[in-house]
Design a protein around this ligand. Sequence first.
Ligand code: SF4
Length: 96
Amino acid sequence: MNTAEIDTFAARLARFTDKGLTLDDAEALADKLVTRDRDNDSRRLCLECAHLQGVGRWGCGNWKQAAICTRPTDAGLAHVLVVMPQHCPGFKEHMR
Ligand code: SF4
């Protein structure tokens, strides 16, 4: 990894563990994102989104635009979705 990739990796590690991932899971995911970035893959994770709410048990703060449900009480996000690269219409980059 170059310097910029290492900085990004470290920032993601902090973000992902702050959001409740274990260090091992956060490292594995951040490692996959290095490849994603090098491939210019435009898909993003909920973990990279400013609208992700919660720690460990997550919800979407932009559920309407994201079109994931019709009521805020249904805006919970499963683990599998939070770590899945996707094109979400409600995505907003979380500032590192
Ligand atoms: S807006 Fe989309 S990417 Fe962002 S937390 Fe909600 S579902 Fe995830």
